[in-house]
Design a protein around this ligand. Structure first.
Ligand code: GLU
Length: 478
């Protein structure tokens, strides 16, 4: 049978890393089994749902490469169908109208709190007669529809990640509210647990994969599935993503939305690759750098851990740097040129761009690092303390630079390449008995203002092509 999975985000915020990871696990499992992956936008909370969040969620999934099958289902278009099923539950006696007012519920909670009990509805209107119902309605009292939860029942299911899960009916908070308040015999707007069951059944979802914070919902939903005689899907509850302190990653943690990761310079392939390891691992990994297609071949829900997954920035950074290293040069340069344009930096030629990108890529972790790494090639780098000290204290330092300038002038060399650069350094070193190391360090200080930086010869070539090498050397001799 075709495996059909779905992501059911509520568009009440930007695409969060937790939702994206859930999408990824659903997607990987669907692809592994030649199944389908659908989206359902759970937008029935009209106050908090916003269409820009729907756009953001879909854009984010697209960016990550998690493409879905068919048009996303919009839950708000299906309200009348949800109500039809609520009606059915009323008709078969599995649900009833409950008139407990907000203030009565508040009072009940307060009493429970003072006796140290968890909040739980007391099902006070479970057995109202039709006369009593009519009486409440004629008094103008509003009602919700509650689903009867059998306190004696134990709900059990085989979770693909956690094995057997058992939940007691008495721990589900009393009879479950299926719809918002309404007046008369109207049925109010449906709530999550009812809508999700009706829609998953309608979409023929075979596997529900979602966060472990939904475990108690699953117990409630299984009861609704059974009451409506729907076929149960297979459930999997993924571990939470934890922050450095071992707490659930929340909006309070610095970076949580996919937009922020994008903004910081993470590549979608790298982020998707990293997210796969948030709660899942390969038994004998030959490499942890895997594309979505490669991941989908080896991924399995039964290998997902039960314990929370700590977010590991170092690992994410390492994976991102690996993708930067192996990315096609022209593609990488397209990304990097956007930053250069933003900075207003102009380059002498396309070839020069590619050479520079190739030179700095190995020291980049984030795409954004390209700004700092390429800055010295566009604007005179500041002389740093270690550079100044080197020029002052190393007696051959300034001498070396003078010889280099002299040599360039005498031989009329205006274009440096790796061959003539080496020749220049060798000749000056031999003719003037200056160590090659000193010559190179002096040049490095001239170019970068310090003793570190990318490959010197390749850098020199680039500086000479944008005609700044002589200027940079001269500034050290003033
Ligand atoms: N709308 C729910 C959420 O975003 C969906 C949970 C589910 O997958 O059933 O948490």
């Amino acid at each position: 049978m075709e495996k059909r999975l779905r992501l059911a985000p509520s568009p009440t915020g930007l695409l969060h890393i937790g939702t994206a990871r859930t999408a990824l696990f659903n997607w990987l499992y669907a692809k592994k089994n030649n199944g389908k992956f659908f989206i359902r936008i759970e937008d029935t909370d009209i106050v908090r749902s916003k269409s820009e969040y729907t756009t953001n969620i879909l854009d984010g999934l697209n960016w990550l490469g998690l493409y879905w099958d068919e048009e996303p289902v919009k839950q708000s278009n299906r309200i009348s169908i949800h109500k039809k099923y609520i009606k059915k539950l009323l008709e078969i006696g599995a649900a009833y109208r409950c008139f407990t007012s907000e203030s009565e519920i508040f009072e009940l909670r307060e009493n429970q709190k003072s006796s140290g009990l968890p909040p739980k509805h007391d099902n006070r209107h479970r057995n109202l007669t039709s006369n009593e119902i009519e009486e409440f309605i004629s008094q103008g009292r509003s009602s919700v529809i509650r689903f009867k939860i059998d306190e004696e029942k134990e709900i059990k299911w085989e979770d693909q990640i956690r094995g057997e899960i058992k939940w007691k009916g008495k721990d589900l908070g009393g009879d479950l509210v299926l719809s918002r308040r309404s007046l008369g015999y109207e049925i109010g707007d449906p709530l999550y647990n009812l809508a999700v069951v009706v829609d998953d059944n309608f979409m023929n979802i075979t596997h529900v994969v979602r966060g472990e914070d939904h475990i108690s919902n699953t117990a409630k939903q299984i009861l609704i599935y059974k009451a409506l005689n729907f076929k149960l899907p297979i459930f999997s509850h993924t571990p939470l993503i934890l922050n450095g302190e071992g707490k659930k990653l929340s909006k309070r943690d610095s970076v949580t939305s996919i937009d922020e990761f994008k903004e910081m310079g993470y590549l979608p392939e790298a982020l998707a690759n990293y997210m796969a390891f948030l709660g899942w691992s390969l038994k004998d990994p030959e490499s942890e750098i895997l594309s979505l297609t490669e991941l989908s071949k080896v991924f399995n829900l039964s290998d997902v851990n039960k314990a929370g997954a700590k977010f590991n920035w170092e690992k994410l950074n390492w994976i991102n740097s690996q993708y930067i290293k192996k990315m096609e040069l022209t593609k990488l340069s397209e990304f990097i040129k956007k930053y250069w344009n933003e900075m207003g930096w102009k380059s002498p030629s396309k070839e020069w761009d590619l050479k520079l990108v190739n030179l700095i890529r190995d020291s980049m972790i984030l795409l954004k690092d390209a700004i700092d790494q390429s800055k010295p090639f566009f604007s005179l780098s500041q002389m740093q303390k270690e550079g100044e000290e080197f020029l002052r204290n190393k007696k051959e330092a300034k001498e070396s630079l003078k010889y280099i300038l002299q040599y360039l002038k005498e031989k009329n060399i205006s274009k440096i390449n790796s061959d003539n650069a080496r020749e220049i350094i060798n000749k000056i070193s031999v003719n003037n008995s200056i160590k090659k190391g000193i010559l190179m360090k002096s040049l490095r200080v001239a170019f970068f203002g310090c003793l570190s930086g990318p490959d010197l010869i390749q850098s020199w070539e680039l500086f000479s092509e944008n005609k700044s090498d002589v200027i940079l050397i001269e500034r050290c001799l003033i």
